[in-house]
Design a protein around this ligand. Sequence first.
Ligand SMILES: [Zn+2]
Length: 318
Amino acid sequence: MEEIDGACVVCTEESAEVYQDSGNDRYKVICPYCGDYLISDDASRTLASSPITNIRQRTNARSWVRENRGLLIRVEDLGPLRTLRTPSVAERAEKLLIAIDKTYPSIGAELTKRLFTGNPAQWCARSWSANPAELSYLLTVYMTKTKGWLLDSDENFTSTMHIAPNGYDHLEELRLGGADRVSGFCAMWFNEEVAAIWTDAIKPAINAAGYDAVRIDGVEHNNKIDDEILANIRSSRFVVADFTGERGGVYFEAGFAMGLGLPVIWTVREDALTEVHFDNRQYNFIVWKPEDLPELTKRLQLRIEATIGRGPVTPQAN
Ligand SMILES: [Zn+2]
């Protein structure tokens, strides 16, 4: 791949590195805000000629791309990318608290404030902040003064902070809150071609692992993710996403779940694996064959139990 001149087409950041992958008609971008992503030639040209000009939407897009590392952005993904919902201030502060805890896992680790002030790009993106002032507000006002999640050793914004005991308690509440949920949500293509994997494999596997299986039925969503779907994902313990058929909605539902910190289990029909436009080396797909759905059922149940643990729901007799 050859480095070329150019800015990040998602957030227009000029210091991004852009590499051309001519063999695959796409670009790889390494952006201080968006992280690493791939974008098709067509999508890149479309975004370059019609950038996301609304600052809030551009902020949302770069944060979303950062939460979905390794994504290949295609033309059909641009509609949803331009209209992402803005998370509430509370959600953004929680995302930031989770990111800080992941980055500095030892208890009481010193968080150098200069990191946030001197190199704020990734922290702006991780907290869905439009600028360092929003980030600073979240850190000093919301998380430190109001919520008490962070401890400030002085007022000058020059020394160190720590996650406070309240912050660790809140992280624990977030984890336990998830543990109370008893349903697994399925995102998949609504098409006769794959209808059997819901009835004969995914639903029975989720049930056998001890969870209620939830799918919002019937309509093809045309890449528009409605509130009912988002509410159902939000109240689920995990998401099973089947990528057969390359539906934009499935990518966005999986991405939404990942942004909430929910485990996502990836499945795809054998012949469709090469079409998947996440960098699939980063995700461990369960690859299934239409003639062997019992195998998918068994592997999916094991994967749910191994990653999330057995759920509390008594399996229904079929
Ligand atoms: Zn960017």
